[in-house]
Design a protein around this ligand. Structure first.
Ligand code: 1CP
Length: 343
């Protein structure tokens, strides 16, 4: 007899669950005093390269809250450093030399995860061993367009006008870079699954900057390549589509199991476009964690009402938790989601 799937994995497969599972994007991070204590001793890069410390900060939110999933502590730029790109975190990624020529793309090292970023797989193994059985571990990577945005811009940006202009001016160079990134993320995510990651998530943090036709032409093909390149693993694939409410028609064509949505996008509306074969994840506004306990419950009720009664909803924020958030508010959120959805 096989044991019942943990609620998070069951929801990824749109199976009924005893309660709606919840986890929180950036759940390991600066809003937790215990994370800040670790960070006061080591830099961010060192933290990502130490399996012991990455494991420790990954487990911190799991010890504190009744979360239904864990996400390995790392950053979307870690494999990019593994491909030979020098960068610093300040706190967002700043690239020594932005990548804008075919020559630079050709010179990017072909990622061999076990050689170039072995500490990520070590951290996954240690964390899996330290997690309770009912809390699955999520591995992740950045989407090619999001990674391309940082590589071409060279630093974080609100509008990413430089990479967006570059994608128009240099479509062949752009497509080649994103294709190379897609191939690297396929081997990277496969290695994470091999080390014990039970679901894999792609962060499309900046694809929402593109209008529907550019999104379909530029951002979508390399994502499709990744998802099709992982499907045989049999682990749930989550595509976080930040601010992509206008791009759901093309996202519906992906073979992803779960689509993550931000708070500007209606979960119910998205379900209609995405169809019955995809679960949804989201989408409380991180600002709502600053409201009174009563109002927070009302906002959570609204998310549930929007998502509808069917299975296949994973509760989450619509984007990463803010560093100023009170951890007690997170505890109230997690407990209320469980209580309200208990069957
Ligand atoms: O000072 C610090 O501690 C560094 C801040 C920080 C942290 C905590 C960075 C730099 N990265 C992280 C961890 C991180 N990054 C996680 C941890 C796992 C968890 O969720 O608990 C994850 C999943 C990421 C992924 C990531 N990095 C994304 C995609 C998710 C999203 O929020 O859209 C993006 C866009 C990045 C780039 C990045 N790295 C760091 C920062 C501050 C940023 C954002 C920069 C920007 O705004 O453009």
């Amino acid at each position: 007899m096989t044991a019942a799937l943990p609620p998070f994995l069951a929801a990824c497969r749109r199976q009924p669950t005893a309660h709606t599972p919840i986890w929180i994007m950036r759940q390991a991070g600066r809003y937790l005093p215990e994370y800040r204590a670790v960070r006061s001793k080591v830099g961010f890069t060192e933290l990502t390269r130490s399996p012991e410390l990455a494991c420790e900060v990954t487990l911190q939110p799991i010890r504190r809250f009744a979360l239904d999933a864990s996400i390995i502590f790392s950053d979307i730029m870690v494999p990019i450093e593994g491909m030979g790109v020098a960068l610093e975190y300040a706190p967002g990624p700043v690239i020594g030399e932005p990548v804008r020529t075919m020559k630079q793309i050709d010179e990017l090292r072909t990622l061999v995860p076990e050689r170039d970023v072995p500490f990520v797989m070590e951290a996954i193994k240690m964390t899996r061993a330290g997690l309770p059985a009912h809390v699955p571990l999520i591995g992740f990577a950045g989407s090619p367009f999001t990674l391309f945005s940082y590589l071409v811009a060279g630093k974080p940006s609100k509008e990413f006008s430089v990479p967006r202009a570059f994608a128009q001016a240099e479509p062949e160079i752009s497509a080649r870079l994103m294709e190379k990134l897609a191939d690297a993320m396929i081997v990277y995510l496969r290695a994470q699954a091999g080390a014990g990651a039970q679901a894999l998530m792609l962060f499309e943090s900046w694809g929402g900057l593109l209008g529907p036709s550019d999104f379909a032409r530029i951002a979508l093909p390399p994502v499709k390549r990744i998802i099709d390149g992982l499907k045989d693993l049999g682990v749930p694939l989550i595509y976080f589509a930040n601010q992509c409410g206008s791009n759901l028609d093309s996202i519906a064509t992906l073979n992803a199991d779960v689509v993550g949505l931000d708070w500007r996008t209606s979960l119910g509306g998205a379900r209609k476009i995405l169809g019955p074969n995809k679960a949804i994840q989201g989408n409380l506004d991180p600002a709502h964690l600053f409201s009174s306990p009563d109002n927070l419950r009302k906002r959570v009720d609204e998310v549930f009402a929007d998502a509808g009664p069917g299975p296949g909803h994973i509760f989450n924020l619509g984007h990463g938790i803010w560093p100023e958030t009170d951890p007690d508010s997170v505890a109230r959120l997690v407990d209320y989601v469980h209580e309200r959805s208990a069957k």
